[in-house]
Design a protein around this ligand. Structure first.
Ligand code: FA5
Length: 337
């Protein structure tokens, strides 16, 4: 039996055949099981001898099969390795990675600058209460300047914020009348504007707020000068023009000297030599008071800018809709990861 098994095992060349051999020789219906089953019929003297012999044969066949299995498996592995051999000299495939959206990069650049100046970054809700969007900013219900920002109302008292300025009121309120407060707040805002090359019904703003004792208009001017030079080049000059916002007094608009023509007049600055960048001013005493700050102790400045406008100027982008239509050819031009 042992000889026969050896022959069988030798000729087996795959795992399936080997398994069949195991069943045939060692299985429930195999010859060895038969012998062991018949032990009862043997004499007392024969039993240990035959039993020992049957066990020996079973173990020997088992070992044969195991050795053969190891051999077949090793051969299979070798064949597999051979067929999957990697040519390490082939050139690699380029991995396609995503990159930051241009707007995200510009916002990050502005954030980095202001963090360096000691500001922290705050974020607020896009679905906002009328109170924070208007009333706490010195725009009571019947104020005509509310029309300047045609709004998407959700209920009578809830709307999509029309600017990031409500974060002025929210942040002041959270500080419970104690300065200093120095934040910038980037985020999405919404207005019922008709979309065209320079207007979008949804766009971004970056708000800045600095409130402390002895903050003056000259501090605002200093910070904005640093900002303009950082974003548009060291030669930039700025000028402040009087303007109006209900939540600042005095209010200003900031222009930078044109970076294309250096102030002589070109198509970018429409011949004026100056480009309007943002609105700003000294925080109105009513705003401070309403949010729990004493205007006889604290003063501050605030500003609000549109990062789309900054990106459009800086990179010569002619249509604001490029930021939101996600044309991969547009985005790839600013692929700076
Ligand atoms: C404001 O929204 C004020 N909250 C800014 C401010 C903050 C003033 C703090 C003083 C103190 P204004 O409506 O001008 O201001 O908008 C600010 C900027 O948002 C504009 O300069 C412009 O760059 C951008 N902007 C306004 N409307 C649109 C629009 N429809 N599409 C794209 N950008 C817009």
């Amino acid at each position: 039996l042992r000889e026969k098994a050896l022959e069988n095992v030798k000729s087996a060349d795959d795992l399936k055949k080997l398994q069949d051999i195991r069943v045939n020789f060692l299985g429930k219906k195999g010859p060895i099981t038969e012998v062991l089953k018949g032990m009862g019929k043997l004499t007392k003297e024969e039993r240990p001898v035959i039993g020992q012999l049957a066990n020996d044969v079973r173990n020997a066949i088992g070992t044969l099969i195991e050795e053969k299995r190891a051999e077949i498996e090793a051969r299979l592995l070798e064949r597999k390795l051979e067929s999957e051999k990697i040519d390490v000299t082939l050139p690699g495939r380029k991995v396609q990675t995503g990159s930051h959206h241009l707007l995200a990069s510009v916002i990050r650049e502005v954030e980095d600058l202001f963090i360096g100046l000691g500001f922290s970054v705050a974020e607020g809700p896009e679905v906002e209460e009328d109170y924070y969007n208007f009333e706490a900013l010195n725009l009571p219900k019947d104020h005509p300047a509310r029309d300047m920002q045609d709004s998407f109302y959700i209920t009578e008292d809830i709307l999509m914020r029309t600017h990031t300025s409500p974060m002025q009121a929210r942040t002041l309120e959270a500080h419970k009348g104690k300065g200093p407060v120095k934040i910038i707040c980037p985020g999405k805002v919404y207005r019922r504007d008709n979309d065209d090359a320079t207007h979008s019904h949804q766009f971004m703003q970056i708000e800045g707020l600095c409130v402390d004792k002895n903050i003056r208009l000259s501090d605002l001017k200093g910070v904005l000068t640093v900002f303009a030079k950082h974003m548009f080049g060291a030669e930039r000059e700025i000028r402040l023009r009087p303007s109006f916002f209900p939540f600042t007094e005095p209010s200003v608009e900031m222009d930078i000297s044109c970076f294309r023509c250096g102030g002589h007049g070109c198509s970018v600055c429409k011949g004026t030599g100056w480009i309007e960048i943002l609105g700003a001013g000294m925080v109105h005493p009513n705003v401070l008071r309403m949010s729990g700050f004493d205007p006889s102790v604290y003063t501050g400045f605030a500003f609000g800018m549109g990062p789309e406008r900054i990106a459009m100027l800086k990179y010569g982008i002619e249509d604001i809709r490029h930021f939101y239509t996600d044309d991969i050819r547009f985005l790839k031009q600013f692929d700076r990861a």
